[in-house]
Design a protein around this ligand. Structure first.
Ligand code: B3K
Ligand code: ZN
Length: 899
């Protein structure tokens, strides 16, 4: 497959004004008649009329009333070129599709007997031949015809104009979308569905109809999605003055879906995972995710749909911005400062764990990539999460007001257009009279910048000098990097732990001196002097994670413990604790590796290993545990905050901290520290467990969610003791749980223990929920990620009758969960985990290339692993590479990995 380059962008030769489509829906053969009116684009050097089509039958094509024969056009792969077309064209195309055999879930497909579409990025070309590119925006009218009994509900974008019977048991519905849109936002749904609906009043007084469509039997699980939708609409009105522009807005849930959800104009299609919830089946995290994804897709209506991307290289224009918007929405829904901080911490955890790893690996690419083979491989954490951080930096640099001004100008200039990341940056700059030229490097340069800080205090001059320097490691195709424009938020703590007023000029005695300064690092090395500093402070750097960088500063353990206790910036309080814990863990990993090598020389003696994980804490460990005790007992801290502060960095996070990854040593070290913490804080955890119960009916409000999280963290620590008392605690919690959050937490703890009652409860759980697909996914995941689940056990699970490769959620719940969420077992020294991986990548690729390519990425970091793992990983990659007829999706990932 060819590589597509950003700098080869050419505007479309023809623009489409109007599209009329007629669908005769049938699972085995659906007929699609499309009539489009096109006009030559005066701004394009392209002379031909270029259409794209893929995996369907072209029945007929007529241009201005005359049927074209193969002699009139050139068909080359996905491209159909009509040379010498007139300036004004009416194209009539008839195509035939086979939706029931479509397992890729792109284009038109059947899920549980109903029809759905997925067109982003290039699925529309599996429905008809069309200029399927985002810079071609047109108005659509869609006529759906189908059997009335089997498909009583017929939905498409926009407004319902007309519906009625056709006789012969068939019926029709005619939909019209009043807004111009690119083809990737087209959608239809047809089937036997039911909906919860509500009339909703917009700020301007208009009444709109909101609907959430699901399969029969699920209407008791739609309220939370509906509430989330209403909150999203309100929030966008208030925060950005953006209103819903349609008379109706629909959400439809489908069980077979490649990703989370899709923002089709007026007809969002969602993975059931991000719609269906009630206390019986959904956890607090599910409730949170539903709110956030409903918000995300709704917010796309402006950032993505009204203003869209010129080409797919600009994907972050809509995705980074919309992730930023959904993060702000979620934070506002929580409201409290510490609640916001916990949200921020969660987002940064994802960024560091997945995006920093991506940015350091073979698939590293800029937020605005320069090339791709398969665009679906670029819906990445870099485009989404780093893209969101880039948008957040505008807000940090320009302030909330300034950012809002930039947004307003962006819509004023570009409503109805397909634009670029540069256009967005220009709107931010122009609305604020700022030069943001250098800021472009965040879009063009891949890799995570490193910022290192040093400081000097001069007691005589009362100055504190902070020197910041930046560098960025090379990434594929980019050897040298130029300095970034980095906002570094800084505070200084005095010896009592209070924020000092900050003066960046001498003799500053502004009465309202700020306590956090945004330093703008634009050069490779820069010095910032704080004046009137009465004593040597402890600096709090990169507050609230003001830029997506790795920051290093030589803190002493004591300084970290001090920040952990006092920093007014809750993010940095958490950060200090994580740094401290990471130090202890890395020391432990080193000890284990040393003990292992000693043990090997002394013929298998493992006394050294035991002494490395001794149960008596060292002085440094005791200091960490003391600090954790302080946090745990600190009644003034929100339970949700205490939960994140007491969680150790994950194994993946620790892997990223190491030059050479030793997954087993990391696993053992983390476990050893968790056990030590559990033993030392047993009483405190028990007390916390009992003090944070949430009796009464389940509610997903932030207070209750925080309490459950802290209580269940305490439970998981106590379970590290694996004694009778802890077994009883988890069995009791499982048996008496009134919601899925508590039930799943107890079952997860049980599965990781030697408790006698574990298998019995695992079986009961399956029996009780076997008709709830989303819960069975959880059942698979908790086993796939359990400590005792080795490759043989995961293969056994894959033979379970409830497992299938056809459903992406199920594949993710078992195969991906094991390969990415159970490192100690996946990296079995005999390479059996890698063999399992290779088998599944190949098998899946024949069914669903997108899901296969996602699984393929699990091996991204293979070069960082210790031998012999590294060699065995390479062999597995090569086995996949050698497999015949791989999709472009998987081929791109594997070949870049091996390059
Ligand atoms: N825009 C879609 C993602 C489409 C993925 C195509 N492979 C969902 C979202 O980001 O909102
Ligand atoms: Zn999105």
């Amino acid at each position: 497959p060819p590589t597509i380059y950003r700098n080869q962008y050419v505007p479309p030769g023809y623009l489409v004004e109007q599209v009329e489509m007629g669908f005769d829906l049938d699972p085995a053969e659906t007929r699609v008649a499309t009539r489009s009116t096109l006009v030559k684009n005066p701004d394009s050097p392209e002379r031909d009329l270029v259409l794209y089509g893929h995996e369907m039958r072209l029945v007929q094509i007529r241009m201005n009333g005359k049927e074209l024969t193969p002699a009139d056009y050139r068909l080359d792969g996905e491209t159909l070129r009509i040379p010498n077309a007139p300036d004004q064209v009416t194209l009539e195309i008839e195509t035939a599709l086979n939706p029931e055999s479509n397992t890729s879930l792109m284009g038109l497909y059947v899920s549980n007997g109903n029809f759905f579409t997925q067109c982003e990025a290039e699925g529309f070309r599996k429905i008809t031949y069309f200029p399927d590119r985002p810079d071609v925006m047109a108005k659509y009218t869609v006529m759906l015809r189908a059997d009335k009994k089997r498909y009583p509900v017929l939905l498409s974008n926009g407004n319902l104009i007309e519906q009625g019977d056709l006789g012969d048991g068939r019926h029709y519905a005619l939909w019209e979308d009043p807004f111009k849109k690119p083809s990737y936002l087209f959608a239809l749904v047809a089937g036997d569905l039911v909906c919860q609906e509500e009339a909703f009043l917009l700020k301007d007084g208009r009444e709109v109809l909101l609907q959430v469509w699901v399969e029969h039997g699920n209407l008791d699980k739609t309220q939370h999605a509906m509430d989330s939708l209403k909150n999203s609409i309100r929030w966008d009105e208030e925060r950005f003055n953006l209103e819903l522009d349609l008379d109706r807005f629909m959400i439809v849930a489908v069980g077979d879906f490649n990703m989370g959800a899709m923002e089709n104009k007026g007809l969002n299609i969602f993975n059931t995972k991000f719609v269906l919830a009630n206390p019986r089946i959904a956890t607090d995290i599910d409730y949170f995710n539903i709110e956030s994804v409903v918000g995300h897709e709704y917010f796309h209506n402006w950032t993505g749909n009204r203003v869209t991307c010129r080409d797919w290289f600009q994907l972050s224009l809509k995705e980074g911005l919309t992730v930023f918007r959904d993060q702000e929405f979620s934070a506002d829904m929580i409201g409290t400062d510490s609640g916001r901080a916990v949200r921020r911490i969660d987002d940064v955890r994802v960024l560091r764990q997945t995006q920093f790893a991506e940015d350091a690996g073979p698939m590293a690419h800029p937020v605005r990539p320069d090339s791709y083979i398969e665009i679906n491989n670029f819906y990445t954490v870099t485009v989404y999460e780093k893209g969101s951080e880039v948008v957040r930096m505008y807000q940090t640099l320009l302030g909330r007001e300034g950012f809002n001004r930039g947004m307003a100008l962006y819509f004023e200039r570009h409503d109805g257009q397909a634009v670029t990341c540069d256009d967005f940056r220009a709107a931010m700059a122009d609305a604020n009279g700022r030069d943001l030229t250098q800021f472009e490097r965040w879009y063009s340069q891949a890799g995570t910048p490193h910022v290192s800080a040093t400081s000097e205090y001069d007691g005589h001059a009362r100055t504190f000098t902070l020197t910041l320097s930046q560098s960025c490691p090379p990434t594929p195709g980019q050897e040298k990097k130029l300095p970034f424009h980095i906002p570094v938020a800084v505070g200084l703590l005095d010896s009592s732990g209070r924020d000092m007023p900050l003066h960046l000029a001498p003799h500053g005695n502004a009465p309202e001196a700020p306590t956090t300064a945004i330093l703008e690092l634009t050069e490779e090395r820069q010095t910032f002097v704080f004046h009137e500093v009465s004593e040597c402070p402890v600096p709090s750097l990169l507050r609230n994670f003001s830029a997506p960088v790795v920051l290093s500063y030589e803190y002493t353990d004591a300084e970290l413990a001090f920040l952990m206790e006092h920093d007014s910036d809750p993010f940095n309080r958490w950060e200090a604790g994580q740094r401290l814990a990471t130090r202890r863990l890395l020391v432990l990993v080193d000890k284990l590796l040393l003990a292992d090598s000693v043990a090997q020389t002394f013929d298998g003696e493992d006394a050294d290993v035991q002494s490395a994980t001794a149960r008596v804490p060292s002085a440094e460990q005791a200091a960490l545990i003391g600090a954790l005790r302080g946090t745990l007992r600190h009644a003034g801290l929100d339970p949700a905050f205490r939960e994140v502060a007491l969680s150790l960095p994950s194994e993946t996070m620790l892997s990223e901290e190491m030059d050479v990854i030793h997954p087993h040593a990391i696993h053992r070290a983390r476990l050893a520290l968790r056990r030590m913490i559990a033993e030392q804080l047993r009483e405190e955890f028990l007390e916390t467990y009992h003090a944070n119960q949430t009796p009464g009916p389940y509610s997903p409000d932030p207070q209750s969610v925080g309490k459950r999280a802290l209580k269940n963290l305490a439970l998981s620590y106590l379970c590290e003791l694996d004694d009778e008392a802890s077994h009883e605690l988890m069995e009791r919690q499982y048996d008496h749980a009134t919601n899925m959050t508590d039930r799943l937490a107890a079952l997860t703890a049980l599965v990781n223990s030697r408790a006698a009652g574990r298998q019995d409860r695992l079986n009961r759980f399956f029996e009780e929920f076997k008709h709830e697909a989303l819960v069975i996914d959880k059942w698979f995941t908790l086993q796939a990620t359990a400590r005792g689940t080795d490759v043989a056990a995961v293969r056994e699970l894959a033979r379970h009758p409830a497992f299938t490769l056809r459903n992406p959620n199920r594949v993710r719940s078992l195969v991906l969960a094991f390969c990415s969420g159970n490192p100690a077992q996946f990296h079995a020294p005999d390479g059996s985990g890698y063999a399992f991986w290779a088998e599944y990548v190949i098998a899946l690729d024949a069914i669903n290339p997108q899901v296969a390519a996602r699984l393929a990425r699990v091996m991204d970091r293979w070069r960082k692993y210790a031998q012999p793992l590294r060699e065995k990983m390479r062999e597995a990659l090569e086995r996949v590479a050698a497999s015949p007829s791989l999709s472009g999706d998987v081929l791109e990932v594997i070949s870049k990995s091996l390059a």
